[in-house]
Design a binder for this molecule. Structure first.
Ligand code: 5HM
Length: 175
């Protein structure tokens, strides 16, 4: 007899800056790596599956030159597979959003495919109106970046909540 709860089989795709997080010497932004790793570790510790290019590519270790189609295909398939997409969207010291074109593409895919989204955002930053308005298209939870950096379990709680409620909508919706 299965003892699993209705929200036990959850796959969480975690996206965030990569290309502009790698400096000219090939080093990944250490603060960002710490933040992304701590989010992933907490999600996995809760028994949920993580889909992450940061992990798969070793935080900039893998040479992805000439692999754009391969990466786009893999990431799109991860969006199809995921229950929830978590976008890690830091801001720089001056409050401008960290450049991450790929995460914005993924947000578009996730929203268009009806995947719920968790935005880990910095209140000082002015994100694109399409990011700000994403809740017009799909379920969105916003979490404060600094709070998550201090306590990444906030992401796990939000994942469980948004995955549970989107499932409830799916099951309960008459349309
Ligand atoms: O534009 P940027 O590299 O910051 O986009 C990051 C997002 O695109 C990540 O969420 C990741 O899923 C995807 N991506 C990837 O999978 C992006 C790059 C950058 O070239 C990559 N692999 N190498």
């Amino acid at each position: 007899m299965s003892t699993s709860s209705p929200v036990d089989h959850i796959a969480v795709m975690v996206g965030g800056p990569i290309q502009y997080a790698i400096d000219a010497a090939g080093n990944f932004d250490r603060t960002l790596e710490t933040d992304v790793r701590s989010i992933i570790t907490k999600i996995e510790a809760d028994g949920l599956q993580v889909l992450s290019a940061h992990l798969t590519e070793g935080f900039g270790e893998e040479n992805v030159e000439g692999k754009s189609h391969e990466i786009a295909t893999r990431d799109y398939n991860w969006i199809l597979k995921c229950t929830v997409f978590v976008a890690v969207l830091p801001a720089g010291a001056d409050g401008s959003p960290y450049r991450t074109d790929g995460t914005c593409v993924e947000l578009g895919w996730a929203a268009a495919l009806g995947r719920p989204v968790i935005l880990v955002v910095d209140d000082r930053a002015e994100y694109s109106h399409l990011v700000q308005g994403l809740s017009a298209i799909t379920s969105v939870r916003r979490l404060d970046y600094a709070t998550v950096a201090r306590d990444p379990s906030a992401v796990v709680a939000a994942v469980r909540q948004i995955a549970g409620s989107s499932r409830a909508v799916e099951v309960g919706s008459p349309t």
